[in-house]
Design a protein around this ligand. Structure first.
Ligand code: NAD
Length: 295
């Protein structure tokens, strides 16, 4: 078992670090939040005072931070100065492709290997160790990262060269935003048509309206398996983070000349929603569908 540095112990990183500790690794954990450090300690990690202390002597350095600017900062301030020779740098955050590629090439210039390894599955999968990892990097980088990722996930897939993991992730989340909004609109209309939401769920979840957004992360409380909707939309995947991912996808689309009318509308809807409710789970956008057209 190895010494692992884990930086960013939020909704996702907390469960991921816990699973590495459960697998027997010596996990040195750091977050700016004391609450997150306390939870990591209870989960069997060793909380440390700063990122540099976590990184010193680690064989794998894993980051799970909000956005590209946070990852670039931690790499500049601590990772590049402190990483041991031969350490594998694994960024699991969802960030822009350009930053992911830049960090990999900056790492290479220092004789280190870095991969982008964003995840899919949400907090239930992070806690349960059943995430899907999409990895961008060299063959040797992928091979070095794979055993650590397997301790946190059910699928670890090499997507291609540096940045390819992030490219897959933004396309995946473009689909996710669309299916979540469509699911919310389906439930809102069903309610306005006088249907029992549970009956609608029982039928649509076995019909062609089914998606992960409906059957694994249902946006309506009391229907489907437990999800952030049952906790008043606290925790989960913040609407502000979904908006960040949609903006990444739309910027990439503009650069690639792709026409995404549904992506454009999804981004507008999350922009309006996150302006007021950015910290709520992204499935809370059902409030928009429930409110519109009333009266
Ligand atoms: P979060 O906001 O819950 O956690 C981020 C953590 O990073 C916080 O605890 C914060 O204190 C910490 N942090 C910020 N800057 C730091 C720094 N400089 N040093 C140390 N810690 C720092 O976010 P999350 O929901 O865990 O998401 C993390 C990443 O995973 C994001 O890029 C998100 O888009 C992606 N993601 C989230 C989900 C989900 O369901 N929540 C699913 C897939 C991917």
């Amino acid at each position: 078992m190895a010494r692992v540095a884990f930086i960013g112990l939020g909704n996702m990183g907390g469960g991921m670090a816990a699973n590495l500790a459960k697998a027997g690794h010596d996990v040195r954990a750091f977050d700016l939040s004391q609450d997150a450090l306390d939870r990591a300690k209870k989960a069997g990690c060793l909380p440390v005072a700063d990122a540099a202390e976590a990184i010193e002597g680690a064989e794998a350095i894993i980051t799970m931070l909000p956005a590209g600017k946070h990852v670039a900062q931690v790499y500049a301030d601590a990772v590049f100065g402190k990483a041991a020779p031969g350490a594998i740098l694994i960024d699991c955050s969802t960030i822009d492709v350009a930053t992911a590629r830049q960090l990999a090439s900056d790492a290479q210039a220092r004789g280190l290997e870095a991969v982008d390894a964003p995840v899919s599955g949400g907090i239930a999968a992070a806690n349960g160790g059943t995430l899907t990892f999409m990895v961008g990097g060299t063959e040797s980088g992928f091979a070095a990262a794979q055993p650590f990722l397997e301790d946190m996930g059910k699928a670890v897939i090499h997507a291609g060269a540096s940045g390819a993991g992030q490219a897959v992730k933004m396309c995946n989340n473009l689909i996710l935003a669309g299916t979540m909004i469509a699911t919310c609109e389906g439930f809102a209309l069903a309610e306005k048509l006088g249907l029992d939401p549970q009956v609608f769920y029982d039928i649509s979840s076995k019909a062609t309206g089914q998606s992960w957004s409906m059957t694994s992360y249902c946006p309506l409380p009391g229907v489907g398996p437990e999800s952030p909707a049952d906790r008043d939309y606290q925790g989960g995947f913040a609407a502000a983070l979904m908006l960040k991912d949609l903006r990444l996808a739309m910027a990439a689309a503009a650069e690639a000349g792709a026409n995404l009318p549904l992506g454009t509308r999804s981004t507008e809807l999350y922009e309006a929603f996150a302006a007021e409710h950015g910290s709520l789970d992204f499935s809370a956008i059902i409030k928009t569908a429930q409110a519109s057209g009333q009266g």
